[in-house]
Design a protein around this ligand. Structure first.
Ligand code: SF4
Ligand code: SF4
Ligand code: SF4
Length: 279
């Protein structure tokens, strides 16, 4: 998955270089934005509200920063390693917004990924992608070209089989923001020193104890957990009927959440977790 972002980043670098040669920035760069915050915690507001974290809501990350004088726009980039001015051009652009837009809650959609075990190769995402970034391979699975993908989320919203995840599962992300002047001059980037990733958990006390066995475990609502990280406490356990996720095995793919929600239950939720800088 890291390779995906790196490949994508290389392409962005090439495109950026081409753009710079055509449009040289002019004027002074704006001052850098203040600190960039990334919202952590569960991405759904309430267990009892309508399920907001399954399609068509594709937004895993929410960023905020203080606007600055002299900026005509802001550019948000993401990278799997710590970012600074020295590798800013290698990072992938995930949001661009004009000054004047609210910067206190900017939704950021990152590189999506195809669940090969649930993709049926129908091609609807291929037709829907506005950037021709998806092809259905000879093996009948959709493949996203990260060099063409702009992380718009259209495929995620289109797939009738929920076979496209809203992020590169298991991928940690660093985020950075630059202010851009009307002449195209970039401020120094302000980047997070922490990295962030999606994590899926079972809200155990509300777990439905579906017919005395988890439907994810029974593969009744879909393909189940691809790495068998979901386990169920039987009658000999401390909390019989409770379903747990073994986070040592979990690869944060999100399929259990989709399946739990498809069954009408909402107990598997996703959260944004902050980790310290890369060890
Ligand atoms: S729309 Fe979904 S199932 Fe169809 S090819 Fe794309 S990813 Fe696969
Ligand atoms: S996120 Fe958008 S650009 Fe990327 S593959 Fe999906 S539809 Fe295409
Ligand atoms: S997120 Fe994916 S790997 Fe983790 S428990 Fe759920 S289905 Fe299994």
């Amino acid at each position: 998955m890291k390779q995906h972002l790196l490949v994508s980043a290389c392409c962005v670098l090439a495109v950026t270089a081409a753009c710079l040669s055509e449009h040289s920035p002019s004027g002074s760069p704006p001052p850098p934005v203040g600190a960039v915050s990334v919202e952590t915690g569960y991405t759904d507001s309430s267990f009892f509200s309508p399920p907001p974290v399954v399609p068509p809501d594709p937004v895993p990350f929410t960023l905020s920063w203080q606007p600055v004088e002299g900026a005509s726009s802001y550019e948000v980039r993401v990278y799997p390693m710590p970012m600074s001015a020295s590798n800013w051009d290698d990072a992938v652009v995930v949001a661009s917004l004009p000054a004047g837009s609210p910067t206190d809650a900017v939704p950021v959609f990152v590189q999506p990924e195809v669940f090969e075990n649930t993709c049926v190769g129908c091609g609807l995402c291929e037709a829907a992608c506005p950037h021709d970034a998806i092809t259905v391979s000879a093996s009948g699975k959709a493949v996203i070209d990260p060099a063409l993908c702009t992380q718009c989320g259209e495929c995620f919203r289109t797939c009738p089989f929920d076979a496209i995840s809203d992020n590169s599962y298991g991928q940690p992300y660093y985020f950075g923001v630059c202010a851009v002047s009307p002449g195209g001059a970039y401020s120094d980037p302000v980047c997070t020193s922490s990295r962030y990733y999606m994590r899926y958990t079972n809200w155990e006390q509300y777990c439905g104890d579906c017919a005395e066995a988890c439907y994810i475990l029974l593969d009744s609502c879909g393909p189940g957990c691809p790495v068998d990280a979901v386990w169920f406490e039987d009658s000999t356990g401390e909390h019989p009927g409770r379903v747990h996720i073994d986070h040592d095995l979990c690869v944060q793919c999100g399929q259990c959440m989709i399946q739990c929600h498809q069954y009408g239950l909402l107990t598997i939720r996703r959260e944004v977790v902050e980790e310290g800088p890369e060890p």
